[in-house]
Design a protein around this ligand. Structure first.
Ligand code: ATP
Ligand code: MG
Length: 510
């Protein structure tokens, strides 16, 4: 029996006009257009899992679809992150097990009984299987009550029209696109829109508000006005979402090509104030005696975009976000001098662990790295303003270690002045700093440097146990080398150690 009649009901009014495969440039991507989409999609569904899904669907008389991000990215001709969501009418777990048994080799299936989903890893692809479902939500939780549902139920519960499209994989209809909310039109117009009334979609699961802004930022799309208004209206419901999930989305925004887009949307909708109030404190400017200062909120976003244009490193981008975070707390007007933000780099570095803890970011070496860059972010600029001495460069190299290049990227990005003369001067001085850094690094090799005299040697020489004088002598040696008082060599450092020991009344015993 053919299932054609039910199919036609699902099929939107769909003009099959031409055999040609059309593609159109949409911002960063070229969009696969839907004329005769069956042919287009078939030729793109080349992943071996689709064929196996089709076989199992036929054998078990089950309807199966690929749905969500994979379909969206296929139509956008955008690189997919290598995850495929398969939705079946029935049990996703059973279906996954049957697919796994037909894939070559041992393919482990991870089953998440609570969610009714199963996941296969096949080479570097993650393939998730889920049964079509219908969801209903309660006021105070983003966890829905889940029941088995139809394809339509399942598409209705999706977050955006562009994420609700499905392609059927059942052999009779293999390659057919089921697009009940005209997601293709929204892809063409570069619009993020909820499939249902946005107030329902967002109130049900407020994480979707973050996702709307995240997709708009990643894809360079706009959020349709009703959808955007609804985010402002429902912003407060973000409180029922866990920090981890919010931060995951925030990180995706930060990793986008132009992260400021997302931050401005978060700000205008009121979400930013709720999820990252400290960052909002950077906003605003003040004028006293006719002297103003720049708005550090917009300045920071500009620095973030500048860094993003240079590097994919998420943590360098976080350093950009936080480099001036202590400016509001350190801001002071000094008559005759103007606005100062004295020691904001020190205070800012101290704030990094607090912020990482609050946002549930990792409290590991990534955090240390951000702390370090915030602490040092002014140093190359100070260097560039003054005479670039060898010892100042040596000290910077010693403190920044392997992160010196990232620090220089951050500092370059920090030059956002509109005054072209000023920018030119900074850039020229920076070039000098870079040259000097290279020269001194070649000569002294100070990255990841350890002074030639260890604490062990100091203890042995003077017969000391681990104690304060050991640290004092070691620091004095480090200082002397960085200042260029003695060369970075064992013998000179040893003699220097003896003199320092003498000053402290210590006697050489070995
Ligand atoms: P990405 O490229 O980031 O993986 P994606 O669209 O695949 O984007 P996923 O988080 O992997 O996003 O989710 C897969 C699909 O599941 C989405 O395309 C969407 O249809 C649906 N989805 C995910 N999260 C939600 C949600 N919170 N509410 C509604 N639908 C969602
Ligand atoms: Mg995905």
């Amino acid at each position: 029996m053919k299932k054609k009649s039910s199919k036609i009901r699902l099929w939107p009014i769909f003009p099959i006009i031409t055999e040609r495969i059309l593609s159109r440039k949409i911002g960063r991507y070229s969009l696969l257009l839907h004329q005769n989409s069956e042919t287009i999609l078939k030729s793109n569904l080349t992943h071996p899992v689709f064929e196996i899904v089709a076989r199992i669907a036929a054998e078990t008389n089950t309807q199966a679809f690929v749905i969500g991000g994979f379909v969206r990215d296929l139509l956008l001709q955008r690189d997919n992150k290598k995850d495929i969501d398969i939705m079946v009418i029935g049990s996703g777990i059973d279906f996954a097990q049957q697919v796994a048994s037909l894939l070559p080799g041992e393919v482990p299936v991870r089953v998440f009984k609570n969610f009714g989903t199963a996941m296969l890893s096949y080479y570097d692809w993650q393939i998730e299987f889920v049964g079509a479902r219908r969801e209903s939500y309660r006021q105070n939780s983003r966890k829905p009550i889940v029941e088995d549902g139809t394809l339509t139920d399942d598409q209705n519960r999706r977050d955006f029209t562009i994420n609700a499209m499905a392609i059927e994989l059942t052999p009779d209809h293999f390659g057919q696109l089921i697009d009940p909310f005209n997601g293709q039109e929204d892809l063409k117009r570069k619009v993020i829109r909820t499939p249902l009334d946005p107030d329902i979609t967002f109130s049900d699961d407020p994480l979707r508000m973050m996702r709307a802004i995240r997709f708009a930022t990643q894809l360079n799309f706009t959020i349709q006005p009703d959808t955007l208004n609804s985010i402002s209206k429902n912003a407060d419901r973000i409180r029922i979402v866990s920090t981890e999930r919010i931060t995951d989305e925030l990180n995706l925004i930060i990793q986008a090509p132009k992260p400021s887009t997302g931050f401005l949307l978060l700000d205008t909708t009121g979400l930013l104030q709720l999820i990252f109030p400290l960052f909002c404190e950077l906003k605003g400017t003040a004028t006293i005696e006719g002297k103003g200062h720049k708005d550090n909120f917009y300045h920071t976003l500009e620095v973030l975009d500048n860094v993003a244009a240079q590097s994919d490193n998420l943590w360098l981008r976080w350093a950009a976000l936080l480099h001036d975070i202590a400016k509001p707390q350190t801001k002071k007007y000094i008559p005759g001098t103007g606005w100062t933000f004295h020691a904001h780099e020190f205070k800012g570095a101290k704030m990094v662990p607090q912020i990482f803890r609050a946002l549930k970011l990792p409290l590991n070496e990534k955090m240390k790295y951000v702390e370090k860059l915030v602490l040092l972010h002014l140093r190359p600029i100070v260097l560039a303003e003054e005479e670039v001495t060898d010892s100042a460069v040596r000290r910077l190299l010693f403190e920044a270690g392997d992160d010196i290049d990232d620090l220089m990227t951050l500092c370059n990005a920090d030059i956002t002045s509109k005054n072209q003369m000023k920018v030119k001067r900074y850039l020229e001085n920076f070039a000098i700093v870079r040259t000097k850094l290279r020269e001194i690094e070649e000569k002294d090799r100070l990255r990841n440097w350890q002074p030639p005299i260890s604490g062990e040697i100091i203890m042995q020489t003077f017969g000391l146990k681990p104690s304060k004088p050991v640290g004092m002598i070691k620091d004095a040696i480090t200082e002397a080398i960085l200042e260029g008082i003695i060369p970075n060599q064992y013998e000179e450092a040893y003699q220097f150690m003896l003199r320092e020991g003498e000053k402290l009344g210590l006697k050489k015993i070995n």
